[in-house]
Design a binder for this molecule. Structure first.
Ligand code: PLP
Length: 482
């Protein structure tokens, strides 16, 4: 039921003093032509009705604050509350982007330091904080690639190579920036196939987009050879840094030979995400590409911090003002709080947790690819179809009844019936053990009574949705009946 349907004519959640409606009140001075002709249709509810309504809605929601959220590729880790507090300090939250730079030196310092810290963590030379999400960072990076080859007079470089395990945003971003996407098949180990890569590389290839560890959670061990192949061919190497959580403090994309990276601050650096909240996808580049970054960068001279618009080859602005400042603050606080060793430790725990769970679950459902993983791993759910006649989807739906968020399913596309699990570093061993126990229990149900899975979930506000209709024809608003 919506709050409108709970409306009762004449019920109020406020009281105004009588004077407010009196002739002498400011309200009476509003010119006639600016006044509504017809009362606005708002719900009429008491305060307690409203509090109960929204509390009930919030309880129907599931989040990291409710429990385990092993949604592979998304890094749904718990984010320390302290960083939220830092981002809501009044000195920051009441700033206006049009304020003169002398009056916002503190905010500029945070941005300047964050640019530098991200460059240090990734091994790049310069960063823009403007892009508002990972995919937005990818588009920014691809526009930089395009501009670079325009300036080099190499207009024939119209292709971008993307492996078949890539996140869907990679080919989409390359295409949006005007490139033709060439997909290359991974080898049986789930890694870049060097033969396929060499065959696809020629003087028309502008960039190769990779993530490392890749979307199967596997480290591309041939990365140095890949980067040599790219650079010998005059091709730029682009790093999708949404998986940085696996390697922070251990290896740096810049040292692997990447020329451009984007990071997902809302995955790795302490901003809660999902449900479309604000994100941030800063883009870092090597020195030779610095002049192409979106203007302005935050810089420092003897007079203090300032906004540097002196980027003659800039691709232009990609977002209003300077990015999602609140997200930048949280990332800054998180990095300062953990320090170098803390970031390194966070990655180690993410990888340890993933491998602990991988080994436990591999006894129940085989992994899609052999070997030690990084921060996430993929299981091959096709055995469920063969043995019990149930699909990965059924397993995922049944998990909801046990109060657990399911892993990512049916992605990456190269694994049939894929289950992609990313436990993250913020879960205890107890939580991982419980998840494995629940999976074991559900597999017993699948053997004894597969219908239990096929009709799940039973305990959620809505049962099985028509997912195609929900995505193609979502009903986003409620309309009052006249
Ligand atoms: C999440 C993710 C992206 C896209 O990031 P958004 O912020 O959702 O646009 C890109 N690549 C990988 C590997 C990801 O996990």
């Amino acid at each position: 039921m919506t709050i409108f349907e709970k409306s009762v004519s004449g019920r109020k959640g406020y009281s105004l003093p009588d004077e407010a409606l009196h002739d002498s009140s400011p309200l009476s001075k509003i010119p006639e032509h600016l006044l509504r002709k017809k009362a606005v249709e708002l719900p009429e509810n008491s305060e307690v009705d409203i509090v109960r309504h929204y509390t009930e809605l919030s309880r129907k929601n599931y989040s990291v604050d409710n429990g385990f959220y092993p949604l592979g590729s998304c890094t749904m880790k718990y984010n320390p509350r302290l960083n939220e507090e830092m981002a809501s300090l009044e000195g920051f939250s009441y700033l206006h982007p049009y304020q003169p730079t002398e009056s916002i030196q503190g905010a500029l310092e945070v941005m300047y330091e964050l640019q530098r810290m991200l460059a240090e963590i990734t091994g790049m030379d310069a960063f823009t904080l403007q892009p508002a999400a990972g995919a937005h960072g990818e588009l920014t990076g691809m526009l930089i690639v395009r501009k670079y080859f325009e300036l080099m007079g190499e207009d024939q470089r119209k292709k971008v190579i993307v492996p078949d395990s890539a996140h869907g945003t990679n080919p989409a971003s390359a295409k949006m920036a005007g490139f033709d996407v060439v997909e290359i098949a991974s080898n049986p180990s789930g890694l870049i196939d060097l033969g396929n890569l060499k065959a696809a590389l020629d003087e028309t290839v502008a960039a190769i987009m990779l993530t490392n560890p890749n979307t199967l959670g596997l480290f591309e061990k041939d990365i140095l050879e890949i980067s040599k192949l790219a650079h010998d061919n005059g091709t730029l190497l682009y790093y999708d840094g949404a998986n940085l959580n696996a390697i922070m403090g251990h290896v740096r994309p810049g040292d692997m030979g990447f020329d451009i990276v984007h990071l997902n601050l809302h995955k790795t650096f302490s901003t809660p995400h999902g449900m479309g909240g604000p994100g941030s996808g800063p883009v870092g580049v090597k020195e030779k590409l610095k002049g192409l970054l979106p203007a302005p960068l935050v810089a420092l001279n003897d007079d203090g911090y300032y906004l540097d618009y002196d980027l003659p080859d800039s691709i232009g602005k990609v977002r209003s003002f300077y990015g999602n400042f609140g997200v930048l603050l949280k990332a800054y606080a998180y990095i300062r709080m953990l320090g170098k060793n803390g970031l390194k430790f966070a990655s180690e725990m993410a990888v340890l947790n993933a491998n602990y769970l991988r080994v436990k679950l591999s006894k129940l459902i085989p992994p899609s690819h052999p070997g030690i993983c990084k921060h996430e791993f993929v299981l091959d759910g096709s055995v469920l179809v063969k043995e019990f006649g149930v699909k990965t989807l059924d397993l995922a739906k049944r998990l909801l009844d046990y109060g657990l968020h399911p892993p990512t399913i049916y992605f990456p596309l190269i694994v049939h019936e894929a289950l992609m699990i990313e436990p993250t570093e913020t879960e205890s061993k107890d939580n991982l053990d419980r998840f494995a126990e629940v999976i074991e229990k559900i597999l017993e149900e699948a053997r004894d009574n597969p219908e239990t899975l096929k009709n799940a979930p039973y305990s959620t506000p809505v049962r099985r949705l028509n997912e195609t209709m929900a995505s193609r024809k979502p009903i986003m608003r409620w309309k009052a009946e006249k």
